[in-house]
Design a protein around this ligand. Sequence first.
Ligand SMILES: *Cc1c(COP(=O)(O)O)cnc(C)c1O
Length: 396
Amino acid sequence: MDTKTIIENSEKHLFHLYNRFNVAFVKGEGLYLYDAEGKKYLDFSSGIGVNAIGYNDKEFNDYIKSQVDKLYHVSNLFYTDALPLAAESVCEISKLSKVFFTNSGAEAIEGALKTAKKYGQLINKNKTKVIAMQHSFHGRTIGAVSITGTDHYREPFYPLMPDVHFAEFNDIESVKKLMDDNVCAVVLETVQGEGGIYPATKDFLTQVRELCDKHNALLIIDEIQCGMGRTGSIYAYFKYDVMPDILTTAKALGMGLPVGAFVVNEKVANSSLVPGDHGTTYGGNALVAAAVYKSIDIIKNRKLVDNVNNLNDYLDETLDYFVNKYDFVKERRGMGFMKGLVVEKPTRDILEKSLTEGLVILSAGKNVLRFLPPLVIGKEHIDEFKEKLDKVLSNI
Ligand SMILES: *Cc1c(COP(=O)(O)O)cnc(C)c1O
């Protein structure tokens, strides 16, 4: 099928909720994607931070295939041999105690919210307040949009979950104003992704942690996008020396198989949800459990976090080249392989022209170009990225 036919056939029956680009991919290999006409694209998006080891990785695919042939689903009424391997890996890399696997990031957020609500209820009936951040993004379910700090994601769906209050990210006074003993949780991203690539400051995160401790509120850290090594640390909170009470993680957790998780410390595990409070049919089935185990195994064995740190400065220099060369490129932001360029031009147009050049990139917020390359890139891919984006920006 050619691209035109694929698009026509898709739009015939899909509920039109995405303004997709006019590209149909049919194959991926390493760092490159191929469309229906065989055109090759360098991927600096990783399927929105998911495909951290690129495409068609033999070791990963073989592992998944062998799990498919053995067993992929039996429900959570039973144990499987794949599940404890995944659970142990997640607890080890997060330095937390207990994990619950979900089918998506938003569901991890739902679970984290239910955990925090129950934790609050067990202390006092009024401990229901949740503090979330402006410009945050936590997913598309009702619970997740309730704590997402962007009005247009929220307004069509009122009334949402009650007792959510928004503070300014990186403004500790705004959190202090909202904080009291009726807060059950503060929820934030270590590096805001969709909101425009804003890393938390060390002071801010440290002081939020202290405020949570003072008022016995849980700190929920959403590393669905910035986790799994992307910032140059397996979870970004280790860079800040701040531990969450609840972590939400997804995206690269399964390298594209649909899996997320919320992970809790010992205190939360012992004083919140109990059997009967929460559940899922598919969550953590043998197939995605194998994906989680193998994803973490590969990130560790191939030293991908080191690769991010080794190339961080080179990627920054490359992005600074654009800031210096083009007046409309205002600023570089981000950490590791989670980077943004602030531009004073329509980002959709730049993304479309990048596709024409054979480069896949993303946008974030209103005016940020977002780059989430696979963690396996080398210097030569950054050079190729630079050459392609330079061509695009010089024609804007
Ligand atoms: C992508 C994302 C989510 C939502 O994950 P889904 O799998 O799309 O439900 C939540 N939080 C953050 C920070 C994300 O980047």
